[in-house]
Design a protein around this ligand. Structure first.
Ligand SMILES: [Mg+2]
Ligand SMILES: [Zn+2]
Length: 196
């Protein structure tokens, strides 16, 4: 069974701008495209998992996400990288507007998006990786038994402090998606040589 890499979007793949609303605001973090390409080449399923409560809050619509994600894919494709899936949660349990102001099962730290992707792409969550800059990324990954990697871009530095204060396990701390990718590929190499 295949393994996957779940990538948070804002602060992990692209620069965090607090509720990104237009494609013009999307800028990839240095090395993000090359990193995704390396994951692609290693045969890992790559899926974005992104909380987009800006939709519930009325800052943007689900239709607005289409050109944003098209730009994300285009910027990655420019360097030969592809995403197998993009999953987002438009909800918020308390803030915002109907029909999005609901307690859903996809908003991280809940693992709904990870479970959905693992079913659609038939991969093993326990052999998979979650890369993100937020506490909720670590929690969602920990819940499904994935290896969690906290990047220090975006909100990563603050999240590291919070995880330490609250004893939330982190599998690995990486400077950025570049180092997270190194860690994943090293681990995979270990798995392969162990099996040989
Ligand atoms: Mg993030
Ligand atoms: Zn949701």
């Amino acid at each position: 069974m295949a393994a996957g890499v779940f990538l948070d979007r804002d602060g992990t793949l692209n620069i965090e701008v607090d509720y990104l609303r237009t494609p013009d605001d999307l800028r990839l973090i240095d090395g993000a495209a090359a990193s995704v390409r390396r994951l692609n080449n290693a045969g890992l399923v790559t899926c974005v998992i992104s909380n987009q409560s800006g939709v519930a809050r009325g800052f943007l619509t689900e239709a607005d996400l289409i050109p944003i994600h098209a730009k994300l894919r285009a910027e990655l494709a420019h360097e030969g990288a592809t995403l197998d899936g993009i999953y987002y949660c438009p909800h918020h349990p308390t803030a915002g507007i109907a029909p999005y102001n609901v307690e859903c099962d996809c908003r991280k730290p809940k693992p709904g998006m990870l479970i959905k992707a693992s079913k659609e792409f038939n991969f093993d969550l326990q052999r998979s990786f979650v890369v993100g800059d937020s506490v909720v990324d670590m929690q969602a990954g920990n819940t499904v038994g994935a290896t969690t990697i906290l990047v220090q871009t975006g909100y990563g530095k603050q999240s590291l402090l919070t995880c330490r204060e609250q004893n939330i396990p982190i599998g690995h701390v990486a400077a950025s998606i570049i180092e997270a990718t190194e860690f994943i590929l090293d681990k995979r190499k270990g798995v392969r040589s162990h099996n040989e």
